[in-house]
Design a protein around this ligand. Structure first.
Ligand code: NAP
Length: 525
């Protein structure tokens, strides 16, 4: 980690941001420096668009892979697919890489494609306002500076705001507590009484690791998740050699993984027979690994497979056979100085509480305030749940795009594929705006509405609509996060923008240089 931070602060004489004068108008401002943002930055550079900047609130590249450093953090999509199609890595050490390898990969991409010089680190965007006349976004940052950009793109993703539940009494807890996305690496858990709240994708990865250190471990489960074995293995030196010398074979392997995952999509349809089979398999997985039948029963979900993300692990269930580990499936009622009390009045002592309680996934783009045409606030638009066209554009918010926006999350394949589709689409839009000197580009309201009606209708047939709560749904039950179809469907729909779906506003006045644009904006605002 320290190594990467050092590289980020390295003074680069060719740095775009260090030499950037605020008199200039950016062609593109990108929020974040995670996977999608780095992908867009690379593709802008490949398209010879250099006048862009990324605004990253931390001091490093990586986004979710920079934030989530908890022990055992890993990706549940094979690395040969969970990586850019244009930057394959032949030497992934094993099938499912850990967080350090993924973060290293992203850092290498940022360095290799000279993206790092375009990043303002430690700079959070707090507000963005669309100036309708000029067709530019005015951007306020946490450093007190104002920037202007023709196009604004969010790479904030869906899982960047940790959710720590407001459990009564938490403020009075005398021990240490932290969220898994803000892991306290200074704290030695050796011999301590550790309580873990939450049993989702993150928790199932760090529970076995914490169990290796803690004196006593109590895991508080609100509801169980379906977990199947993780088909992990190390790649042999020979395989790595083959992929290095025969990249076509590696491409073939990547394609194979992609289609293996893609053909599992029917499992996400309600009532599908594959889903029933998967459920039997997952039940067997619990029975074979958990010795205590009561614990096994408590670990068995009461909703169909796929309604929430299906998790993969080989060491989570066996952890509950250890004598110092216990599972509590009662709800937490309150926390006191040194204990957690459940709703059946049982007390559990704790020195440390770790929250693996997920993210504010349906509060898209918060806390940044976006104001579109006529100063419309994006959050007001989204009061009944976030929605967009293709997950990327919103009417009333011209020249604004999102990556990993509403209804683009997947339950069956690699999100990097979706990012690449979005980046391809956005780069085409940027090129059109710039080359035709358009003032603005805005998706037509009726197109966006029809699209969302269709998506929401299609989602009713998916297993996510079954009777379970999940981070895919908002409080009213609307599925705001997931894409209902295959990734190939998404690719088909996004590979070429249909400009008739957009209101394209041309410049009526003479075309100005970026510097002139900038002073005109200053005068107007
Ligand atoms: P999560 O899957 O949303 O799990 C949150 C857990 O906290 C759930 O068990 C939830 O219980 C529990 N919880 C939430 N509020 C609670 C409360 N007030 N009291 C008690 N329990 C509470 O979050 P996550 O584990 O951080 O994972 C989120 C997503 O991140 C994943 O689905 C995945 O997309 C991504 N992720 C991916 C990987 C990967 O390998 N690619 C790894 C980690 C995370 P309920 O189940 O009852 O809501």
């Amino acid at each position: 980690m320290a190594k990467q931070t050092k590289r980020d602060t390295f003074k680069d004489p060719n740095s775009f941001v260090q030499n950037f004068s605020t008199d200039k108008l950016l062609d593109v401002a990108i929020i974040g420096a995670g996977f999608s943002a780095i992908c867009l930055a690379i593709q802008l550079r490949q398209s010879r668009i250099e006048n862009f900047a990324l605004f990253e609130k931390t001091d490093s590249v990586g986004g979710t892979w920079h934030d989530n450093t908890y022990p055992g953090a890993a990706c549940d999509v094979p690395s040969h697919l969970y990586s850019f199609s244009f930057e394959m890595r032949h030497n992934w050490p094993k099938r499912f890489s850990g967080q350090p390898e993924i973060l290293e990969y992203l850092n290498e991409c940022a360095t290799k494609y000279l993206v790092r010089r375009h990043i303002f680190f430690n700079t959070e965007i707090v507000e963005a306002r669309f100036e309708e006349e000029q067709g530019v976004w005015q951007i306020q940052t946490s450093t007190g500076k104002t920037y202007f950009a023709k196009v604004l793109v969010s790479g904030m993703g869906q899982l960047n705001m940790p959710n720590t539940p407001a459990i009564p009494g938490l403020d009075h807890f005398q021990g240490e507590h932290f969220h898994s996305a803000r892991w306290n690496h200074q704290l030695d858990l050796k011999g301590k009484k550790v309580a873990i709240v939450g049993t989702g994708a993150s928790a199932i990865q760090f529970v076995p690791e914490v169990a290796k250190q803690a004196g006593e471990l109590t895991v508080f489960q609100r509801s169980a998740n379906w977990i199947v074995p993780k088909p992990d293995r190390e790649y042999s030196a020979r395989e790595i050699w083959v992929y290095e010398h025969f990249p076509l074979l590696q491409k073939l392997y990547r394609t194979l993984i992609y289609f293996q995952m893609e053909v599992s999509h029917p499992i996400l349809h309600q009532g599908n027979r594959l889903g029933k089979l998967a459920e039997r398999f997952a039940r067997w997985n619990i029975r074979r690994q958990v010795t205590d039948p009561d614990v096994a029963a408590a670990l068995t979900p009461d909703y169909p497979v796929g309604c929430r993300r299906v998790l993969i692990s080989n060491d989570y269930y066996p952890t509950f056979n250890l004598p110092h580990v216990s599972l509590v499936a009662d709800n937490i009622e309150q926390i006191q100085e040194n204990k957690i009390i459940t709703d059946n009045n049982t007390e559990y002592e704790a020195d440390v509480i770790i929250f693996g309680t997920g993210f504010k996934s349906t509060e898209f783009l918060t806390p940044v305030e976006f104001y579109g045409k006529s100063a419309h606030k994006l959050n007001d638009h989204w009061q009944s749940g976030a929605e967009a066209y293709l997950g990327m554009t919103v009417s009333d918010f011209p020249n604004f795009f999102m990556m990993y926006g509403p209804n683009t999350n997947l339950g069956h394949n690699s999100i990097i594929f979706m990012f690449e589709c979005q980046v391809r689409y956005i780069v085409q839009a940027v090129k059109k705006l710039l080359s035709e000197h358009l003032v603005s580009m805005e998706v037509r309201q009726e197109i966006m509405n029809a699209y969302n009606r269709e998506i929401q209708q299609d989602l009713t047939e998916t297993v996510w609509a079954a009777n379970c709560h999940s981070w895919y749904k908002n409080d009213s039950g609307k599925i705001t996060n997931n894409w209902p179809h295959t990734t190939l469907d998404y690719w088909m729909r996004t590979r070429q923008p249909n400009w008739t779906e957009y209101i394209l506003k041309s410049a009526s006045a003479k075309h100005t240089t970026p510097a002139e644009d900038r002073s005109a904006i200053r005068e107007a605002s």
